[in-house]
Design a protein around this ligand. Sequence first.
Ligand SMILES: NC(=O)c1ccc[n+]([C@@H]2O[C@H](COP(=O)([O-])OP(=O)(O)OC[C@H]3O[C@@H](n4cnc5c(N)ncnc54)[C@H](OP(=O)(O)O)[C@@H]3O)[C@@H](O)[C@H]2O)c1
Length: 230
Amino acid sequence: MIIGGGSGIGLAVARQAVAAGARVVLGGRSVATLTKAAEELGPAATWRAVDSTQQASLAGFFAGIDRVDHLFTPGASYRVGPMRELSDEDAASPFVSKFWGQYHAVKHAAAKLSADASIVLMSGAASVRPPGPAPAYVACNAAIEGLGRGLAVELAPVRVNVVAPGTIDGNLWSTRPAAQREAAFDQYRRATLLHRLGRESEVADAVLYLLTNGYTTGSTLYPDGGYTFR
Ligand SMILES: NC(=O)c1ccc[n+]([C@@H]2O[C@H](COP(=O)([O-])OP(=O)(O)OC[C@H]3O[C@@H](n4cnc5c(N)ncnc54)[C@H](OP(=O)(O)O)[C@@H]3O)[C@@H](O)[C@H]2O)c1
């Protein structure tokens, strides 16, 4: 089950999961996005509309599902910016959507998880190397990495891991203003060891590893071209 599976990294993971023989359930808010993604993936994919900021919606998403073998939760929308510029509501939005959205998704899935299930949470490499002034967003990602470790303890033997990508040249950035995007891309190319942006498929490779490796739990993996290391 992939909340946020209709586009971007979530869809890239769905493609690889289907290629590996899985049946996938895509979640997201836009029916049009989900329908298009499921059509591309073929008969192994179904979809259900869900807003992970609404617990009643999450309950509906998991209702009627007998068993969850793998859960990935990249679906979130939020504002990012400096403390001195954002309203308190915008500053809280990463926590509302990305932190509590994922926390509640796991909570609503918990009763359905198979004994050897695995969960991957979505963070971001800003957790350990802030690219600019965005302290609430940075703190939110760091909190998600702590959440992954905490859930790995509580839910064992279910495995819980976190993926924290660097800047990815994909759907998310394609929707942002060109000038903002190109400035961020240039900065990232200079700041990372491999001098290029990541691809959604490269993050999906990392997620598939975390979903399927039977002896990895409580870890955070950084597919970031060396950004957090440099
Ligand atoms: N792309 C990057 O450079 C990058 C780097 C580090 C971390 N990340 C993280 O990766 C995650 C996914 O990003 P992406 O690059 O794959 O972008 P994306 O294509 O925008 O994916 C986000 C998906 O989540 C869904 N979504 C948004 N809010 C939701 C909600 N409240 N409930 C359920 N679904 C929701 C969206 O569909 P609807 O709008 O239809 O709901 C969309 O399909 C984000 O959390 C982001 O912080 C991305």
